[in-house]
Design a binder for this molecule. Sequence first.
Ligand code: SF4
Length: 281
Amino acid sequence: MSTGQIVHIDRLEAKNPFELRVRKGSATPDYTVKRALETGDMGFLHSFTTGSTVDGPGVRVVGWTAGCQWRCLYCHNPDTWNITNGTPVTLERAVEVLGQYRHGLEAMSGGFTLSGGEPLVQDRFAVRLFSAARAMGIHTALDTNGALGHKLTDAELETIDLVLLEIKAWDRARHRRLTGRDVTQTLDFSLRLADLKRPVWLRYVLVPGLTDDAEDISRIAGFASSLGNVERVDVLPFHQMGRFKWDSLGIGYALANVDSPTPEAVERAREIFRAEGLKAF
Ligand code: SF4
């Protein structure tokens, strides 16, 4: 994930998304949250960071959204699960911030990535922010679990240059254990993106004992290869950088005793994707 530098924009500045942020928007009335979700006039953000080189091509500004309907055992940003943990920011302000970076992003062949949390919890805000970025000539990327992809029209998907799609497990029972949700909507969205020929980078988090089953990875690799629009695969080694958030929030953390995968294990997973003709890193 991002190792970005500080961006000074009101209270949205963050060194990186591993900064714990809670109740930043808890004073926002329910009807205001509801209207924000309906219109996209306002978003709820954990933070903006700059300097990421791992959230899409080039150097990226990343907007970290609040709100996620999943509960992944390895989530390193559980403070983004609740939308009102995020800071309320108007669409105009978010666009203004992006505009400040447009020339730098262009010079570094970078762009803007919306991550989270799950950005499509705030689908109207995401769509309007992507449209504004596009209008400024900024490359756009969406980092998503894919489950809410149905909220975007085909035309709206055209405003997103690249989808960073996370398929977390193939086996249905394993996926449900890992995320609390079914994998079907993610796979449906993958197929739709393929039909529309939208570029995808697949992301796969490798967790020892949880997502390192070779057969399961092989099924994902075969599926991804068959789509025809997956440009690359990033195998992301599990780490414990988010553990302190679980402890601080008082949520039971099931992976406290799980180590990061060895470099050899990461390479073995990459090889499984490569065996299906995919570029894996
Ligand atoms: S989808 Fe992402 S933000 Fe949501 S619980 Fe899973 S890892 Fe965390």
